[in-house]
Design a protein around this ligand. Structure first.
Ligand code: 5RP
Length: 230
């Protein structure tokens, strides 16, 4: 990716993140997702907290979003203290025309799903490259390390190609914030996301998979800085 493309990509993500952050109103408890797109929403919310006295509470989905929210100055709470959130904002790796999404590129989808399903309204922020008519990206599946072999076999039986996600230096597996492994599982084109989601959920040892069917609104950042809300 050239430097020019990199900055264009950031402009799209920034546009989407900032537009979605405007849906947050005073007094709300807000789920804060993980990733480079939602980071723009988190920073903008932090700015409103610091400069405009916006009173909100955030619930984070990862150590990454916790560090960013603290740095931005957003007061935090927990699901134990606030089990029902007003809104959640998060990114996605791919999203189709029916608003089914694949998440988990940052290995945070288990907490992201718990937080988003706890919210009355779930907003996804993305640049145009994430949109697709149908889902065909690999589905991240968080698995208990003890169950890796069993889950691998069961995913293959479903027609998937599971691959253990490796750490950057390829000297070991990625370990999630929950202490588990990720199997990135390709199913080529996913014709029926609901059905696949159900099948994955019933495999013993699967903690959570990255198919989301609870997206309420999609904010798509465009190259010209505009945002389409679907
Ligand atoms: C993390 C996620 C992210 O939201 C997803 O990977 C999108 O990230 P980015 O905005 O950096 O492209 O699901 O688990």
């Amino acid at each position: 990716m050239t430097e020019r493309n990199k900055s264009a990509d950031s402009a799209e993500k920034r546009a989407a993140g900032i537009a979605a952050s405007r849906a947050v109103e005073p007094g709300m408890v807000v789920g804060l997702g993980t990733g480079s797109t939602v980071a723009y929403a988190i920073r903008e919310l932090g700015r409103r907290v610091r400069e405009e006295g916006l009173e909100i509470l955030g619930v984070v989905t990862s150590y990454q979003s916790e560090m960013l929210a603290i740095e931005a100055g957003i007061p935090l709470t927990t699901l134990a203290q606030h089990p029902e959130l007003d809104i959640a904002i998060d990114g996605a790796d791919q999203i189709d025309s029916n608003l089914y999404a694949i998440k988990g590129g940052g290995a945070a989808h288990t907490r992201e799903k718990i937080v988003s399903i706890s919210a009355k309204r779930f907003l996804v922020v993305a640049d145009e490259s994430k949109t697709s008519l149908q889902l065909d990206k690999a589905v991240p599946v968080e698995v208990l390390p003890f169950a890796k072999e069993l889950v691998t076999k069961k995913i293959r039986n479903l027609g998937g190609k599971p691959e253990l996600r490796l750490a950057l230096r390829k000297d070991g597996p990625v370990i999630t914030d929950n202490g588990n492994f990720i199997l990135d599982s390709s199913f080529c084109v996913i014709n029926d996301p609901e059905s696949l989601a159900l099948k994955l959920s019933t495999i013993p040892g699967v903690i959570e998979h990255g198919i989301f069917s609870n997206v309420d609104e999609l904010y798509i950042g465009k190259k010209d800085g505009s945002v389409e809300i679907v």
